[in-house]
Write a protein that binds this ligand. Sequence first.
Ligand code: ADP
Ligand code: TRP
Length: 324
Amino acid sequence: MRALSGIQPTGPFHWGNYFGAIQQYIALQDECDDGSYYFIANLHALTTVRDKDKLRQYTLDGAIDLLALGLDPDKAVLFVQSDVPEVTELCWLLLTGTPMGLLERCVSYKDKLAKGLKADAGLFTYPVLQAADILAYDATVVPVGEDQLQHIEVCRDLAQSFNHHFGETFVLPKGKVLDQSARVPGTDGEKMSKSYGNTLAVFDEAKAQRKQIMRIQTDSRPMDEPKDPDGDVLFDLFKLVATEYDVGRMAATYRQGGFGYGDVKKALADAAEAYWAPARERRAEWAAKPGEVREILAAGAAKARQRAADVLRRAQQACGVRGW
Ligand code: ADP
Ligand code: TRP
């Protein structure tokens, strides 16, 4: 098994990013018998971040965050997407066989149009670059949040049709989603997302995080009524960061009734502080040595390029733009 995944550097990572995606990468680095590849998808981020200083900062911060969260450069290949130009070349080969209708159906693009945002060709063809990202490393498993599964399907479709037309060239990947945390709720109860402004950032200072937790919207049912914990925003978030023992006790408290949401919020803030403390410490250590982080990324890119160059050559041969 060879895992690959990318994450866009569009701002500080939040709990949804961690529990929905990053945690899975980190777990997979120990399970892959054929390596794992993780990259900061700065070319994809360019479709939304149009400030060069911010994009640079978010790119380096993204790598520092992944290292702090446990990504181990001795086990996994960590790199920045734009450091592997073979992928954008491969993207063109795939684009020439991509039906417009397939991309028109992609939610990433449809959602932006529905919100009245102006779409550009980069956003429209975003899933094809993602397909190239995946196929360039012969990845077999792609750990992602649930919302990305459609893009994995597009990747499989494009690879299959290329293979069908030009002969076996690409390895077909599978998406992998962690079910129990596929959709982390935000502070307003909707899906946590940067674009909804309802996030809890992983690396916020403990004090700032506590403030945000205290602002989480709760329902207006009388506090002394027994309540089903499942589906309650505070409980759902608590489950992610508290110990199993504390989760059991909290569930019993909900079912008994007679508790205050303020107490639940306080328990959530305490659990969150304890849960993130080790990663926060590691982050401070990595942030103090950006030179070393850049070296890790350069070494990762060199390994990634070797593999991508092989696959690109294979694809070029297959479709006739090499060896003529
Ligand atoms: P955002 O919605 O904040 O812009 P991204 O689209 O950059 O987040 O998501 C990066 C990764 O994190 C994706 O794989 C996505 O599926 C996952 N993810 C984002 N938000 C959540 C969430 N609320 N619950 C679970 N996974 C999430
Ligand atoms: N589109 C993904 C996201 O928004 C990021 C991404 C880019 C990616 N290329 C990828 C994920 C390849 C998995 C595989 O989260």
